[in-house]
Design a protein around this ligand. Sequence first.
Ligand SMILES: NC(=O)c1ccc[n+]([C@@H]2O[C@H](COP(=O)([O-])OP(=O)(O)OC[C@H]3O[C@@H](n4cnc5c(N)ncnc54)[C@H](OP(=O)(O)O)[C@@H]3O)[C@@H](O)[C@H]2O)c1
Length: 352
Amino acid sequence: MQKVKHVSLLTAVRQANRQISLKKRPVGAPTAEDFEAREASIGTPGRGEVLLRNLFLSIDPAIRGWMSDARSYLPPIEVGEPIRSGTLSQIIESNAEGWPVGQIVQALAAWESFSVVSSRNLHGKVKSIEGIPLSAMLSVLGGTGLTAYFGLLDVGQPKAGETVLVSAAAGGVGSIVGQIAKIKGCRAVGLTGSDEKCVWLTDELGYDEAINYKTTDLRVALKEACPDGVDVFFDSVGGEILNTALTRLTHRGRVALCGAISQINQRGLPPGPSNYLQLLARSARMEGFTTLDFANRYDEARAELAHWIGEGKIRHRDDIVEGLENAPVHFLRLFSGEHRGKLMVKLADAEV
Ligand SMILES: NC(=O)c1ccc[n+]([C@@H]2O[C@H](COP(=O)([O-])OP(=O)(O)OC[C@H]3O[C@@H](n4cnc5c(N)ncnc54)[C@H](OP(=O)(O)O)[C@@H]3O)[C@@H](O)[C@H]2O)c1
């Protein structure tokens, strides 16, 4: 196909490509010293590729996994490479059929101003929806919302009247999970790390109860908050929180294994949940998933999430900072819990 360029954008942006790259692999918790800011040239897309101007970066715990030299669902980021990241980007040069210049897309790109990516790493064309900010296409209508949607509805399979327990409930994913649980007629109980976030969960997001896992005896608090047990546990934390929650599962209860942020910075293998025989005793199941498992149904999920937002049934909060150089510090906030909702970095406005 003929290569198409967005001339005005290209001339406007013929500048160096600023990047944040992996300086060294973290040992344990990541620090700002693991990253390096640098400049590189802007690449040229080959056959089947596009040149993107990145507008927003998605700040996700998965990035910490890719910083390690470990087997995962994607290969590790090599030292010296820009940090891989979900992005909301605009195509400014296209050598890929069906991906026109000017189109805004969800992509798997990197912490840099411009990225050359294969069309295989373009995960959807973004259509603006009245009343919904563009950034939401990377959060509640992007990977974060899709993770909550498929993890809860397909893996957790909640039924009306059941109790859904959510860990990291005030985070990007967890804040959406509880609201979907309420839409489905369930009782939603959230775990989070501060009293202020507990109030946000119950007073603004509609969680029935919220527990500060840092200041309570979780075993006791769960008995009180989930007197009939936990039918679905949507777990993003792992470790001792998972271990304790297993003791509250109901008969045929379900655990949707979304993530294990408490273990992500630990050296060596995570400890096994010693209470795993509760799965046997309750004829329960624990199932892992990645959102990529549902790639052929993203449009369906986005449409339903957008409908719920329009009806006022889902509220979302995006925690956005501006400037590529702020990406590492913003990323570290994932582990300190100093945020509510979805973390993102804004790099640029879209050109119309
Ligand atoms: N399976 C998938 O396809 C998929 C896709 C996207 C994300 N995920 C997973 O979903 C989870 C949430 O991701 P997110 O982007 O929405 O992040 P997030 O929930 O916005 O941020 C992580 C939160 O985890 C809590 N946390 C951090 N360290 C903790 C610890 N040691 N113990 C307990 N809680 C801790 C903090 O909240 P508190 O203040 O409440 O402690 C923090 O705000 C992650 O585990 C991620 O890996 C999975």
